[in-house]
Design a protein around this ligand. Structure first.
Ligand code: GSH
Length: 202
């Protein structure tokens, strides 16, 4: 049975759309609109009323990183989900780290810049968020020293998950000059045709 991915491409559903293109698996995209997320019908599918949501036969899964780790494990190809327990743990590490250390400050800036009326903007919150980013970006820059991807020389689910969060640094035009390894790694990940294909999913 074809899996279903719920959520507009311009939402965190982009992460799940990217991975299905990367793994080259058939999927049905139920794009929905943000206003549909609290309908009784959708709440039966995801009681959180959020996207992305994955439905795979009788199995339902929410949380973008969990969805991607599940899909990468189930449809693994060419070591996209690495074989060793340690490397799999590193994929979890970078996915959780992105969600807990990076997502909130990046999103704070993104929302303020593009989704907030000028009179409702919060420059202090943005300044705090921008102040929070150099610390994790420094850690990531160190981890990428001498390697193209987080686990070495190949692109894995760790890169896809973290790059899907880090992609928000692009529209806000974050200056990666002090973190050159991060800037180069992000460009490398986002240059993948599968990322571009996911973004144009209707
Ligand atoms: N931690 C969740 C966050 C999901 C989330 O907040 N998605 C947003 C869209 S990007 C949403 O559904 N917002 C609707 C709402 O909060 O009512 C994940 O990564 O899947």
């Amino acid at each position: 049975m074809t899996i279903k991915i719920y959520g507009p491409a311009a939402s965190r559903a982009a992460r799940a759309l990217w991975i299905v293109h990367e793994l080259d698996i058939p999927f049905e995209h139920v794009a929905l609109e943000m206003k549909d997320l609290k309908t009784a019908d959708y709440l039966k599918i995801n009681p959180n009323g959020k996207v992305p949501m994955l439905v795979d036969g009788d199995f339902k899964l929410f949380e973008s990183m969990a969805i991607n780790i599940y899909l990468a494990t189930k449809h693994n190809k060419n070591g996209f989900m690495p074989a060793s327990l340690e490397d799999q743990a590193l994929c979890n590490q970078w996915s959780f780290w992105g969600m807990t250390e990076v997502e909130k400050p990046l999103l704070t800036v993104l929302i303020d810049m593009f989704m907030t009326a000028p009179d409702k903007r919060k420059p202090e919150a943005v300044a705090d968020a921008l102040k929070a980013l150099p610390k994790p970006f420094g850690v990531l820059n160190g981890a990428l020293q001498g390697r193209d991807y987080l686990l070495g020389s190949s692109f894995t689910v760790a890169d896809l998950n973290l790059a899907s969060i880090m992609s928000w640094a692009k529209p806000i035009k974050f200056d990666f000059a002090p973190f050159p390894n991060v800037g180069a790694w992000l460009d490398r990940c986002l240059a993948r045709p599968t990322y571009k294909a996911a973004r144009s999913t209707k």
